[in-house]
Each structure stands twice: as structure tokens, then as C-alpha cells.
Design a binder for this molecule. Structure first.
Ligand code: ASP
Ligand code: MG
Length: 442
């Protein structure tokens, strides 16, 4: 048994849906369970429609409706279930436009239509071409979550609920391939929740882990996990194997490969995840497993996060005093600003933040005990690597950067065993990545 997950761009239109259907059909022997995202940018478009309704009172989902209706027409499928969903969606938007109120709960209810539509369409299409399938809304597939709308956590109960929901399929009684909505769930009170943007990856890994499948496949438009962003380095290479830990750090530090939280379920069961290319089915892609079998090269991949600010905090009043760090981080807590990379010395702390929030209230509070300077337009360059070999890695980095006259700041090796981060000017980040990529992969 395998899980196959396809993201929004893989099912963005009739042609892509057709292609995905052929991939699913070709894997029928492996007894797949399929997880789908909403078509293309539907999630964004639904959110835009909600804001429009709330702010201006206008109910307009013509874009979303057209995409789905045109696609259904092209695929020659007739699905009454889609009509019902559109009616429900329009009533919801009308409600929002009247109340001029858009809570997180309503937002989750609203975006859930994207995934609910896509699984209905795919299932109908598969059936029309003779591949028997059955669609599932996540709540009919055992996905129960807490009530943290927009970033809900799945409850432990899923470990029994999901296998229960698919009993007939796993036992062989049911032939129809399950097509499951990614991204969404329901809380105990029956409210629809979402697992955070990009959450379909988590749906897929949770489904695969709870069912103890042989492999979880997430299908992309590139050859698996790449050594860096191919838009920066054209000949970025496929990374054949990474560990769950490396994959999680990669996701956290800007690579768009997988949702950061999605590694959690498969780490528990050791279920391998394979990132595959829907345009290059034969390519093995990248495999994500618990640990490397043989010694891999020291560096796996390099990523960049832009739009970062660095806050330099230098103690004035609390020189050498205990509690300086506690005090500093309490201010971040108070202002609900999360810190990414930190470098410290006895009397100073540099920390990076990435937020749209105004930093001045935080800085005002910090200035009570420290000199504070904020530097904007920075980028974090993260090297996902084997930190045990840091001397070798850093020496290669610095030789290469020194050769072209680039100085980086604030190097942090982190508590993680798999990443070394450094800061540079945002405008320099492409160059840094290009230079480092060349140093490690030629
Ligand atoms: N459709 C949702 C999003 O765009 C979930 C996903 O694609 O994984 O974030
Ligand atoms: Mg999407």
C-alpha cells in the first residue's frame, strides 16, 4: 500500500488532472490512497473572496467557479456534488458579506471548499476512465483535530480513527481507490479546521503513518528535493536521500518541498517518504528516511529565507547579571514575535525575526536594559549538512566566500545537528547561494 499526494499545481487544470489520473492509474497495483490539494491557487482565491465579502459586501467566486466548471466540462464529467458545494459556498459568503465578520473558524470552513471540490472532481474523472475510486472528506477518513483554527493539530485519536475509516480498503473488501482531501479536518464539536497552509503534506504523512503503508509519495513538478532553488542555480541537483530531521529543517528554512510539521507522523513509524516528479515519473526522486545508510556527502542542500530582520541587543544595565537572556526572550514572548536564529555572547544577543509586525514596541521594551539596533533586509542562508563535519564545511564556505569578497554575519550552528545558518544582505543572497553551491557541487 502507498499514499500518493498531489499538490495544487499538479491538479491546476484539466490537462494536469488528466495527467495525475494517469499516474494514479499506473500505480493501481500498489493499492494507493490519494491525497489532493485544492486546484491551483484556489485556496488563495477563496481567501480573497472572503475578504472581498467582508470588506465590501460583494459576493464573487466567479473565478473559482469558472475554473472548476471549465475543468469538469473538459474532463467530460458531470458532478451534482459540485453544484451543491457551490450553493453552500455562496450562502457562506453571503453570510460573511452581511455580518461583515470573518473569524478564523469561518475562514477554515470557507477554504475547505477547495479540497472538497478537487477530490470530487478527481474521483468522478477516475471513475469515468474506468479506475474505480471514492472520494473522502477528511472527517470521513478519521481526521480529527483540536480547535486551533488555521493551524489545527491532529489529535492522537487519528491513530485509531484513520485505520478504522479505511478498514474495508486495507482488508481488500473495497476496490475503489480512496481520494482524500488534504489540509482539512474537523474538531470534536464538528467545526471544520485546517492544518495550516501547505497542510496537505501532513494529511498525506499522517494517512501513510497510521496505515503503516510501504511508502508515502509526494508528487511535485521538480525532481524531488534539490540542492538549492533551481531559480537561483539552474543545475541544482536532486538530493537522493535526506533524513526526516534534515527534511524538517529544509522545510523550515524556506525550501518549498514539504510542510515543516509533516515529518512528525512518519518519524514515529519510520515510514519512508519519497518526493517525486510528476513530469518525470521514472526518476526515483528523493527519499526521506530515519538515517543515512552509508556516509553521504557533508552537505545536503542550501536554502535562503529573505525578508528577515536582525535585532542586535547589547546589555547596558545587566552586564554579567543572571537573567539577562530570560529578560530578553520574555520581551519577545510579550510581543508574540518568534525568534528564528540566535547568536549570543556574554553581553549581547543577536536574533533574527521574520514578521510583518512593527518591531518598535518590542525594541522600546528591550531598550530598558540594552542598546538595541535593528537591521532590515537581511537573508538567512541555511546549509543543511552533517554538523559533525562543520570544520570541513565551514572551511569550504569561507574560502569560497572570501575568494569573491563576501562577508557573512552571525553564524549559528544551532542545536540541531543538521544545520548551519548565516546571515547576509538580502540583495547578496543569490550570489552567496551561487558561490556556495559551486563550492560544494561544482
Ligand atoms: N490548499 C492548501 C494550501 O494552498 C493546502 C495545500 O495545498 O497543502 O495551502
Ligand atoms: Mg495550494
Amino acid at each position: 500500500m502507498i499514499v500518493m499526494k498531489f499538490g495544487g499545481s499538479s491538479v491546476a487544470n484539466a490537462e494536469r488532472m488528466n495527467h495525475v489520473a494517469s499516474i494514479i492509474t499506473s500505480y493501481a497495483e500498489k493499492k494507493p490512497l490519494v491525497v489532493l490539494s485544492a486546484m491551483g491557487d484556489t485556496t488563495d482565491h477563496l481567501l480573497e473572496a472572503a475578504e472581498l465579502a467582508q470588506k465590501t459586501g460583494v459576493v464573487d467566486i466567479s473565478g473559482v467557479e469558472k475554473l472548476h466548471r471549465d475543468t469538469a466540462k473538459e474532463l467530460k464529467i458531470d458532478i451534482p456534488a459540485v453544484d451543491e458545494l457551490f450553493e453552500e459556498l455562496i450562502s457562506l459568503l453571503t453570510g460573511i458579506s452581511m455580518l461583515k465578520e470573518l473569524t478564523k473558524r469561518t475562514r477554515d470552513y470557507l477554504v475547505s471548499f477547495g479540497e472538497r471540490l478537487s477530490v470530487r472532481m478527481m474521483s468522478a474523472f477516475l471513475n469515468s476512465i474506468g479506475t474505480k475510486s471514492k472520494f473522502y472528506d477528511a472527517w470521513d477518513a478519521g481526521f480529527i483535530s483540536d480547535s486551533q483554527f488555521m493551524s489545527a493539530e491532529l489529535l492522537d485519536e487519528v491513530w485509531t480513527k484513520i485505520p478504522n475509516a479505511f478498514k474495508d480498503y486495507t482488508s481488500g473488501k473495497q476496490q475503489e481507490i480512496p481520494i482524500v482531501t488534504g489540509f482539512i479536518a474537523k474538531d470534536k464539536a464538528g467545526n471544520i479546521t485546517t492544518l495550516g497552509r501547505g497542510g496537505s503534506d501532513l494529511t498525506a504523512t499522517m494517512l501513510g503513518a497510521t496505515l503503516r503503508v510501504d511508502e508515502i509519495q509526494t508528487w511535485k513538478d521538480v525532481n524531488g528535493i534539490l540542492t538549492t532553488d533551481p531559480r537561483i542555480v539552474e543545475d541544482a541537483k536532486t538530493v537522493p536521500i535526506v533524513t526526516y530531521e534534515e527534511a524538517a529543517e529544509l522545510a523550515f528554512f524556506g525550501s518549498q518541498v514539504l510542510h515543516p510539521r509533516s515529518m512528525m507522523p512518519c518519524r514515529k513509524t519510520g515510514t519512508p517518504v519519497r518526493v517525486k516528479n510528476s513530469y518525470n515519473i521514472e526518476s526515483p526522486g528523493s527519499l526521506i528516511v530515519e538515517r543515512h545508510g552509508s556516509l553521504p556527502p557533508p552537505v545536503r542542500a542550501i536554502t535562503a529565507v529573505k525578508g528577515v530582520s536582525v535585532i542586535d541587543i547589547c546589555s547596558t544595565r545587566m552586564l554579567g547579571a543572571s537573567g539577562f537572556m530570560a529578560h530578553i526572550f520574555n520581551q519577545f514572548l510579550k510581543h508574540d514575535i518568534s525568534v528564528d536564529v540566535v547568536a549570543t555572547s556574554e553581553v549581547s544577543v543577536s536574533s533574527t525575526v521574520k514578521t510583518d509586525k512593527d518591531l518598535s514596541p518590542l525594541c522600546a521594551d528591550l531598550s530598558n536594559v540594552a542598546d538595541v539596533e535593528v537591521h532590515h533586509e537581511k537573508a538567512i542562508i541555511t546549509i543543511i549538512c552533517d554538523v559533525h563535519r562543520s570544520s570541513e564545511i565551514l572551511s569550504t564556505c569561507f574560502t569560497a566566500l572570501n575568494n569573491v569578497g563576501i562577508n557573512v554575519q552571525m553564524i549559528s550552528q544551532g542545536a540541531s545537528k543538521v544545520n548551519i545558518s548565516m546571515m547576509c544582505q538580502e540583495e547578496e543572497s543569490k550570489r552567496v547561494i551561487t558561490v556556495l553551491h559551486k563550492a560544494f557541487w561544482g
